[in-house]
Design a protein around this ligand. Structure first.
Ligand SMILES: [Zn+2]
Length: 422
């Protein structure tokens, strides 16, 4: 067994290298009920693109398709939920200051103005962008300003070490529309969008995942011509106050594709909406200071426009094994591993109490196959253990986000939707 000792700084850089984009009017998770479901009142929204983004700019790799990246990002969300997002151009440069009501103009900017720079003052290299959302007492968004980090490099061709502009803008427009971060690593709304080549695997793909489509449809409904939407899975968990974060997520029972997730509210209630009719496996995940534990809630078959309410459950089982990071080579991070069908990959997952002799690895899709005998244990500094293994993907594996599970006795942990197939 080869012992890996990546430097602490390398490991932390990988972990921190996300978008870390916050809904700045909401420091941390939603604390008031109206923050849970922010949305624009109507379906027509105008995004004003600052001249700082359009003009030649040292932050963008030369020949980057900036307008194309903005257009594709807008189009993807529009198509998913039947929204009408108009793009205008403006000489305005700065995010509206926090604390006020805003000026009602939602801008996309990268200018190095004092108000914009202030958003990144704590950690200038800390993330690709931030979005400040303004909303009223009814929970209606009235303005949302997106600031691309003026200290970072962006590209549209996968250039090493840069942020993918389309992935970044698509994520921030998700915030602009009212979405919070997703626990699905392969989601556009995952809180960690890596730099290109940060986690190995294929080039980052920023297409909306099924769970992103469901999330936006839960807020705005489906386009008028989509008769299959929307169904929901709702329920209640007995909350253990010790858990730092409690989530539920759903996978298609036959394909294993992650189709939706939801944060469990303070009263234990949850709702995964925006789904199409189908058969789903519903799981819970609790995050504690000592790791992540998962378990099965139910398998359900829901029909069109149905809301299925699951009986109350208690997510009590704490797992001794914990999956927290994924990557390849000698790098672990908290963003998805990008793969394709019909290939072989060697992957590393990191966490706690991971041991090749006692842990079994599974994937939510039967078309992702572990190579027998390939699992080895590796040690990282600061007590983190990792499992290295090889897998093959079937040619018929459909695009989507798939989950990695590790089981050891009665303990079970997962990286939700962490293998993103393009
Ligand atoms: Zn974000």
């Amino acid at each position: 067994m080869r012992v890996l000792r990546p430097s602490i700084s390398l490991l932390l850089a990988a972990v921190m290298g996300g978008a870390n984009a916050v809904v700045s009017a909401l420091p941390g998770p939603p604390t008031r009920p109206e923050q849970e479901h922010l949305r624009w009142k109507g379906r027509s929204i105008t995004l004003s693109v600052s001249s700082s983004v359009v003009q030649p700019n040292p932050n963008f790799k030369p020949d980057s398709d900036v307008i194309g990246a903005i257009r594709r990002s807008v189009d993807a969300w529009q198509a998913a939920a039947g929204l009408d997002i108009q793009i205008e151009f403006t000489d305005k440069q700065s995010v509206s200051p926090s604390g006020g009501a805003g000026d009602g103009i939602s801008i996309l900017t990268i200018a190095q103005t004092p108000d914009n720079v202030l958003l990144f003052s704590k950690d200038p290299k800390g993330g690709s962008a931030k979005t400040r959302v303004f909303y009223n007492k009814k929970g209606n968004v009235t303005e949302a300003d997106i600031v691309l980090n003026p200290f970072e490099q962006f590209s549209t061709d996968g250039a090493f070490g840069t942020f993918d502009l389309e992935a970044t803008i698509k994520h921030e427009i998700g915030h602009l529309l009212g979405l919070h971060h997703s626990a699905v690593l392969g989601s556009v709304m995952s809180d960690s969008i890596p730099r290109n080549d940060a986690s190995g695997g294929e080039r980052i793909n920023s297409d909306l995942a099924a769970c992103d489509v469901a999330a936006i449809r839960e807020l705005y409904g489906a386009p008028d011509d989509d008769a299959d939407c929307c169904s929901s899975i709702a329920g209640k968990l007995n909350i253990d106050r010790g858990a730092r974060d409690l989530r539920v997520w759903a996978e298609e029972t036959d394909t294993g594709r992650v189709v939706g997730q939801a944060k469990v509210a303070a009263d234990g209630s949850f709702r995964i909406g925006g789904l199409t009719a189908g058969s789903y496996t519903v799981n819970w995940q609790r995050t504690d200071t000592d790791g992540k534990s998962v378990g099965l809630l139910s398998t359900v078959k829901i029909s069109k426009n149905e809301t299925r309410t699951l009986s109350e459950r208690n997510p009590a089982t704490r797992s001794t094994v914990s999956l927290e990071l994924i990557g390849s080579s000698e790098r672990l991070g908290d963003s998805a591993y990008h793969a394709r069908g019909g290939r072989e990959y060697t992957i590393l997952v990191g966490g706690r109490q991971l041991n090749a002799n006692s842990c079994s690895i599974e994937f939510s899709s039967p078309l992702i196959m572990l190579r027998p005998g390939s699992v080895v244990t590796e040690q990282f500094e600061d007590g983190m253990t990792a499992l290295r293994f090889s897998l093959s993907t079937d040619e018929k594996l459909q695009p989507g986000a798939y989950t990695v599970y590790v089981t050891s006795g009665a303990s079970r942990s997962a990286l939700i939707g962490s293998i993103r197939v393009n």
